[in-house]
Design a binder for this molecule. Structure first.
Ligand code: GLU
Length: 487
């Protein structure tokens, strides 16, 4: 960046629901950009649309950022030089700013009723006008009449006086030169009849007052930007740099939506995705470092992230990639992190009552690490480390259980195990080899029925590992159990 000014960026969500994946990306890109450039990252709550207010949303925003490790410098709870960071607490500021615009004749009071506006819209539609727009009727009200209406308490809104026909151009950091024809821009409302500002006014005023240098947000806000540009001009303020991030798309290139899958961060947390994986995945939704590398942690992203490498075209949400990243990040975790995460999950599962040592969980994670993509899978796929099998997979029985023959083999094997004291991994291996030699049979004839007995299923970690983990007593118990059940 050639900017000399300290970089200041913001994430400015409206608290209307749980944080959407797209919003987390906006927050992340702003955060990465701020950290990469040694700037500030601000959280601002844009809660001026009282009709869409969702009470749990703010808490969800703050918790989601915390969960993801996206730390803001100024904002709710933390405060900062530009507090308050809730727009609903800044109404006085917006009023002062519209008072100024009215004085400068750049904005005006509008008393038109909903009926009149509806009629106007209908008429314009009938005339087949490409765009329905307010007709500036109230712009021409005599000052005396305006004062009288205000004194009489007639409901009003405040509108920006937009010069018709003026086309608006600005440079978007990602999209380049963007132009909007002035014909398409209405005399937008700045203050609504409930005295709250609209998004446009509050957003521009706050970005300016909070010293925001770069506005990084989703492409869905691009059509609002000309309105913002007009507001900057009306106030006589220098515009920030705009950077609009590409849309998020389903694999069929339709806009990412609830109908096609999960869209809130909450959904992914509940499904057991690791924050490292989700952050890594979201970083790649519209950005690459320009090479083939895909695996990053947050600090590595801070090092390499630049806006120059954000794409213009829509980013496809590929769940397979997220799953792959989850597995990769899971394997990157240290033993103690893995054990901690597994214990957390176990505590929420049907195995919550089991008393398991860290040593036991380490053996489980060591043996399963290469076979799982999610923490939960340690006990979903490896359930036999936490309970005895109650049923035996049918195909595995057909393949691995040879009736009397298997019974005899396991009996022999069990006798040998029984003689061991505190067996090591090597002991199990030796017993397995000795049994095969004594009975003059292939090791497969032991391993298959043994695996069935110990796990009830056909795949999984090496059988020696399984015995070593569940231990001698369980090994014997499970052999006894299968011979009874499959007899
Ligand atoms: N309040 C808007 C939102 O909900 C902010 C858009 C912007 O960043 O300007 O995303």
């Amino acid at each position: 960046m050639s900017e000399l000014k300290r970089v200041r960026v913001r994430y400015a969500p409206s608290p209307t629901g749980f944080v959407h994946i797209g919003n987390l990306r906006t927050a992340l890109y702003n955060y990465l950009f701020a950290r990469h450039n040694g700037g500030d990252f601000i959280l601002r709550i844009e809660d001026t649309d009282r009709t869409r207010y969702f009470p749990e949303a703010v808490e969800n925003i703050i918790n989601t950022l915390k969960w993801a490790g996206i730390d803001y410098d100024e904002g709710p709870v933390k405060g900062g030089l530009h507090a308050p960071y809730y727009q609903s607490e800044r109404l006085k500021i917006y009023k002062e700013h519209t008072d100024f615009l009215i004085k400068e004749e750049k904005a005006y009071y509008c008393f038109c009723t909903a009926e009149r506006l509806n009629m106007l819209r209908r008429e314009q539609k009938n005339q087949k006008l490409p765009q329905t727009k307010y007709d500036k009727y109230c712009l021409n009200l005599p000052a005396r009449e305006v004062s009288k209406k205000l004194n009489d308490g007639i409901p009003y809104v405040i509108r920006l006086n937009v010069e018709p026909e003026k086309s608006i151009r600005f440079n978007d950091y990602i999209r380049g030169e963007v132009e909007f024809s002035g014909n398409t821009i209405d005399d937008q409302i700045l203050i609504k009849s409930d005295r709250y500002p609209t998004y446009h006014l509050a957003n521009v005023v706050d970005d300016y007052l909070m010293g925001i240098t770069h506005v990084i947000r989703g492409e869905e806000w691009l059509p609002s930007t000309p309105k913002h540009v007009l507001l900057y001009e009306a106030f006589g303020w220098k515009k920030p740099i705009f950077a609009h991030l590409p849309l998020l798309l389903n694999p069929d290139r339709t806009k990412l939506s609830k109908r096609q899958g999960d869209v809130t961060v909450e959904d992914y947390i509940k499904k057991g995705y690791l924050k490292e994986a989700l952050i890594n995945f979201i970083a790649l939704l519209g950005w690459t470092a320009g090479d083939d590398r895909e695996l990053y942690d947050l600090n590595e992203l801070i090092d390499v992230f630049t806006l120059e490498r954000v794409n213009k075209s829509g980013a496809i949400f590929d769940i397979e990639k997220l799953n792959w990243l989850n597995a990769e990040h899971l394997r990157k975790k240290s033993d103690s992190e893995l054990i901690k995460s597994l214990r957390n999950e176990l505590n929420k599962s049907k195995y919550s009552k089991l008393q398991l040592s860290d040593e036991y969980l380490k053996k489980v994670t060591d043996s399963m690490k290469e076979r799982v993509s999610f923490i939960k899978e340690f006990y979903e796929k490896g359930f036999y480390f936490f309970e005895e099998p109650v049923t035996y997979e049918e195909t595995a029985v057909r393949k691995g259980w040879k009736g009397k023959q298997s019974e005899e083999i396991l009996k022999k094997f069990k006798e040998k195990i029984n003689q061991l004291e505190n067996p090591s991994r090597q002991d199990y291996e030796t017993v397995l080899n000795d049994t095969a030699a004594e009975l003059n049979t292939g090791k497969g004839n032991i391993i298959h029925p043994l695996r069935l007995a110990l796990t009830g299923v056909s795949g999984g970690p090496g059988i020696i590992d399984i015995m070593f983990i569940i231990g001698k007593e369980q090994t014997i118990r499970r052999i006894d159990s299968i011979t009874e059940k499959l007899r």
